[in-house]
Design a protein around this ligand. Structure first.
Ligand code: MN
Length: 250
């Protein structure tokens, strides 16, 4: 079992080390991560400059690029053999609902999925790494289960783990993504030279957080598992737009 481990928080992040350590008992592990924090990088690829891959003293590889760059490089040139599984995380903070659109953690997993490799993104719900050991244990058990009994490929799973001791986690729940309210407003200030500057604010709080959602599961102490797909086609609106076009041509 060859396991590719990546993240978006950067190669020095505690969540990456915790995940990689646990994966070592399950297979041959290769770790590649961004040199610096790229939370919110989504699926961006660096196309305007070449990228360097360097090896840290602990054997982790790091790239002066995005999470997607990391997995892309590994898949398309760096690794001799394609991995059997891509895992990403453990992110410092939740990736639920609309977060998945912006998430570099999910994007790193998604890049594996795009290459046909099963992929799992892991995030801790609260920032600050509380109970990271428990989250890593959950991730290890989850991956072990997947190796024993693989789901049909292609598969992309988004896993969010409440920051609790193992004994306080209530189990696993399969969920759908919830929905957030609009983001908090941007923070406007003035730089030392008198020009306006803007600092993007935090994501909005949960709006659709009812039973069945990722928000609801973690709120109730469960590990949330959401199967994701990439096709953004809104099938329900194809007919609507079709009819709208026909009206215009009259
Ligand atoms: Mn992150």
């Amino acid at each position: 079992m060859r396991i590719l481990v990546a993240n978006d928080d950067g190669y020095l992040a505690p969540g990456l080390a915790a995940l990689a350590d646990r994966m070592r008992s399950l297979g041959e592990v290769f770790v590649i991560a961004p040199e610096s924090n790229h939370s919110g990088a989504s699926n961006s690829l660096t196309l305007t400059r070449p990228l360097s891959v360097r090896e840290a003293s602990n054997g982790f590889f790091y790239v002066n690029g995005t999470p997607t760059d990391c997995v892309h490089i590994a898949m398309t040139g760096l690794l001799q053999q394609r991995p059997d599984l891509v895992v990403s995380g453990i992110n410092n903070g939740q990736n639920m609902g609309d977060d998945t659109i912006y998430s570099g953690t999910v994007a790193a997993a998604m890049e594996g999925y795009l290459f046909g490799v099963p992929a799992i993104a892991f995030s801790q719900v609260e920032k600050g790494h509380a109970h990271l050991d428990a989250a890593a244990q959950v991730a290890a058990e989850f991956v072990m289960r997947f190796i024993r009994d693989p789901l049909p490929s292609p598969i992309l799973l988004n896993v969010n783990i409440p920051n609790r001791p193992l004994s306080d986690l209530r189990g696993l729940r399969v969920t759908r993504l919830g929905k957030r309210h609009q983001s908090e407003p941007v923070i406007r200030a003035t730089d030392p030279h008198g020009s306006p500057i803007y600092w993007i604010g935090p994501a909005g709080v949960a709006k659709d957080a009812g039973p069945g959602t990722d928000f609801h599961a973690v709120e109730n102490g469960y590990v949330s598992i959401t199967p994701l797909q990439i096709d953004l086609t809104h099938c329900g609106q194809i007919e609507v737009v079709e009819q709208w076009l026909q009206r215009g041509s009259r």
